[in-house]
Design a protein around this ligand. Sequence first.
Ligand code: M6R
Length: 363
Amino acid sequence: DKGGYKHFMAKEIFEQPSVLSNALGHYLGEDDTVVLPGDNVDFSKVDRLTMVACGTAYYACFTAKYWFEKLARLPVEVDIASEFRYREPPIVKGTTALFVSQSGETADTLAALRYCKDKADRIVSVVNVPESSIARESDLALPIHAGVEVGVASTKAFTCQLNVLLMLALKAAQDRGTMTPDAIRDAIGQLRALPGILNAAMDRDRTLAAAALKLSESRDVLFLGRGLMYPLALEGALKLKEISYIHAEAYASGELKHGPIALIDKTVPVVVMAPKDSLFDKTVSNMQEVMARGGKVLLITDAAGAEIAGPDVWQTVIMPKVPEIISPLLYALPAQLLAYHTAAAKGTDVDQPRNLAKSVTVE
Ligand code: M6R
């Protein structure tokens, strides 16, 4: 049942506020502390986290690396499962291995998990399907509570993965004493407020649809982001290529000068994901480098960012202002909607894009 929407993907994008609000409840204890369902993980005894996944789930891990390192001062390695499993990396004592998978059946992720079994202190997974192979073979499986996701392009599973991973990072900060209880409560308060903010942001749908109409005429699109927005840029590019078949690539903004700037001309739109955060000024200067070469910038930012960026930007989408740590959960929305409307404008099969399967059970 598409719930009145044209595609499952649209339904799944628009149900994120309510799905996230329910999902968060499963990880909250009394007095806004983080409580994991099932066995506890004591992060004060964890020296290192190795996170492994594929596709969108990998980008969720990549986002979480920034959170774990910044909030909990925990060293994190992230890897793509197909590379990790054959590289046979040494797993040092004190490592917790964490696998993220919507389906819980992805062949490479499962093989990476099996490789870690006798080597890591503990195997933890973050899954949407609790009875899946990856969940069953883990010491602890944490459900994301996204509900069934039908669209091949992952949307609500991504934000629900982010939700659980941020709760885990806060739990790590709680256990390791790197954040005060008040700061943790504050962060949880911000997460509680997020569904309301996401709901309010849904009206950007029309601006994004208009922007998508122009994007749909391009052959190539670049995405740029810095810090927490870098993994989001990668996810935005993946969404766009999966369903619109437009070639899209993402770079860390700071890498622009090291090669990709050679691609810039007026036919290659550049989507810049940049809330007015601690790194904004740096991203603006990258953006100006793009515009100076005739590049067309589609800036996704907040009101303060739009004001600084000025009127020369090709198109600006203004998102609500949110605290930096929860920005990935909000900025996933414009990334998804942009891809969705671009694909819809091209008339592709949004829910069943060519050559793709929802669950990749062969390598
Ligand atoms: O079920 P999984 O989360 O393990 O799947 C991983 C990837 O195959 C998946 O995220 C894929 O990249 C999606 N089509 C992304 O939209």
